[in-house]
Design a protein around this ligand. Structure first.
Ligand code: AMP
Ligand code: ZN
Length: 496
């Protein structure tokens, strides 16, 4: 591993050199979506940030096991410990099985991830698929004295945990502050203290998502699934845990407490958090009513959008911001991204066609050689600096100037040494395609282009230019199309 990747660890609050626990293997866990509605652009941003990390780690040669879960039970409305399940609530409203809701929005999520070219994770476990493991972990926490049962529900005792370890390390909160900031428990509350959180909840009357357990018929607490599934697939302590910044507290803080209490070791070496996508400076969120869905963006069908923007335009726009900064989405930003993305795609088309003739004897252009090598270094320096994709993109555009010079005949490829030429082409293409995940979006309206070709065909036929007629027929055939000479018109059809 020649590249030294530095990542900002939210736990130690500093950039540190990434050193996996068991190289070349890397275990990475990212909290996935709660599948009760369509993902919005904010969710997409977080998953794209971690897609870049997954891609870059693989590019560096690591063997990454990337686990991203699907939350299909236990996430209650308002992220609280009481109330309805987000999925159960929608299922009731629509008179459907909760698993129908889960299926619908999981499919939507996968479609969006594929359109935006985010790679699928190595494992995508669900919370309902791991109920036995969740029950086992609760038993373990009860045996260790870190949890208590009340009326068929089980809660994690933050105070007991804090006596032995330290609660609040990730978010920088301590339990006294948490107590001061919380409401007093009312008589109805089963918890011993307000900062305790549910591991298992007894299902009351209207709660339709429920399973048997030693304590009651009920359902697991939201924070538990990630501890259980990361442990099962990545081990007691694994390399990277990611999620959106809004999950830092309480979700990730609770995960740390559960994992440490159960296994005696901190579950994660590097905690990474992606910052929020905002709109007019406000976090995009379904509950605030300011969310834009990917489909609304791709069709332009949203009151705040001037036009449609393609999936790659969105991806490019997201890469122009650093993942730890907020990113405000606007028509201006998207228009600029669309232009820049298309410019980069032109660079890729040029790069594909450039050739190096090893038999040519040309004086070497030492200045260009050194410039190109330092551009390559700047691209890696950006990515190694906590995944600064904006710096990497700036480097790609600098590289594109050199590619253009070669394309226009101003710089001879052979005036570079072969290694530099190869390094230039491979860095430009692999960083764009493999690491940033930017791929060409072919023009959609192919029929217009075919109509233009058919006009040419007609003109050639009228002029009895049969060579040209044959060439056009052959080219269309290569595309799987055939020309039909009708009595009064010319048509095309799929070649049969
Ligand atoms: P949820 O389905 O609500 O649990 O969210 C799925 C992921 O999207 C979590 O990692 C959240 O932190 C993240 N997320 C939610 N809203 C935003 C936003 N406005 N910008 C970026 N990420 C977000
Ligand atoms: Zn989680």
């Amino acid at each position: 591993m020649q590249q030294k990747l530095r990542l900002y660890n939210t736990l130690s609050r500093e950039k540190v050199v990434f050193e996996p626990i068991n190289p070349p293997f890397v275990g990475m866990y990212v909290c996935g979506p709660t599948v009760y509605n369509n993902v919005h652009l904010g969710n997409v941003r977080t998953f794209t940030s971690f897609d870049i990390l997954f891609r870059y780690l693989k590019h560096l040669g690591y063997k990454v096991r990337y686990v991203r879960n699907i939350t299909d039970v236990g996430h209650l409305v308002n992220d609280a410990d009481d109330g309805e399940d987000k999925i159960g609530k929608i299922a009731k409203l629509e008179n459907l099985e909760p698993m129908e809701i889960v299926q619908r929005y999981t499919t939507d999520f996968h479609d969006v991830m594929a359109r935006i070219n985010n790679l699928p994770p190595s494992i995508e476990p669900t919370a309902t698929g791991h109920l036995l493991e969740q029950i086992s972990m609760i038993k373990e926490l009860l045996v260790k004295g870190m949890a208590y049962e009340v009326n068929g529900s089980v809660y994690f005792s933050v105070r007991k945990y804090n006596d032995q370890y330290k609660y609040g390390e990730l978010s920088g909160r301590n339990i006294d502050e948490l107590l001061a900031g919380s409401r007093d428990l009312d008589g109805q509350d089963e918890k011993q203290e307000s900062f305790d959180f549910a591991l298992w909840k007894r299902a009351t009357g209207g709660h339709i998502m429920r399973w048997d357990s030693p304590w009651s018929t009920g359902f697991p607490g939201w924070h538990l699934e990630c501890s259980v599934m990361s442990h099962k697939y990545l081990g007691k302590t694994f390399d990277i845990h990611g999620g959106g910044l809004d999950l830092k507290f309480p979700h990730h803080e609770c995960e740390i407490a559960q994992g440490t209490a159960a296994n005696g070791v901190h579950p994660v070496k590097y905690w990474l958090h992606a910052n929020m996508l905002t709109i007019n400076g406000q976090k995009m969120s379904k509950s605030l009513g300011n969310s834009i869905l990917p489909d609304e963006l791709f069709t332009g069908n949203h009151e705040l959008l001037d036009q449609a923007y393609s999936p790659m335009t969105l991806r490019f726009a997201m890469l122009q911001a650093h993942y730890r900064s907020t990113m405000d989405i606007s028509n201006d930003a998207l228009k600029a991204a669309s232009k820049a993305y298309r410019k980069l795609m032109n660079g890729l088309r040029i790069a594909k066609d450039l050739k190096y003739d090893e038999s040519a004897t040309v004086d070497k252009n030492e200045k260009a050689i050194s410039q190109i090598n330092s551009i390559v270094d700047s691209i890696y320096r950006g990515l190694n600096d906590d995944l600064n994709t904006a710096v990497a993109i700036a480097g790609l555009f600098n590289m594109q100037k050199k590619l253009n010079s070669i394309h226009l005949g101003q710089l001879q490829p052979e005036s570079l040494d072969k290694d530099t030429f190869d390094r230039m082409i491979s860095t430009f293409t692999t960083i764009s395609h493999d690491v940033l995940g930017l791929v060409e979006e072919k023009p959609q309206n192919l029929e217009n282009a075919i109509d233009i070709v058919l006009e040419d065909y007609k003109t050639a036929k009228q002029a009895k230019d049969y060579d040209k007629v044959d060439v056009i027929r052959a080219k269309l055939k290569e595309m799987g199309l055939s020309v039909k000479d009708m009595k009064d018109r010319i048509e095309w059809a799929y070649e049969e």
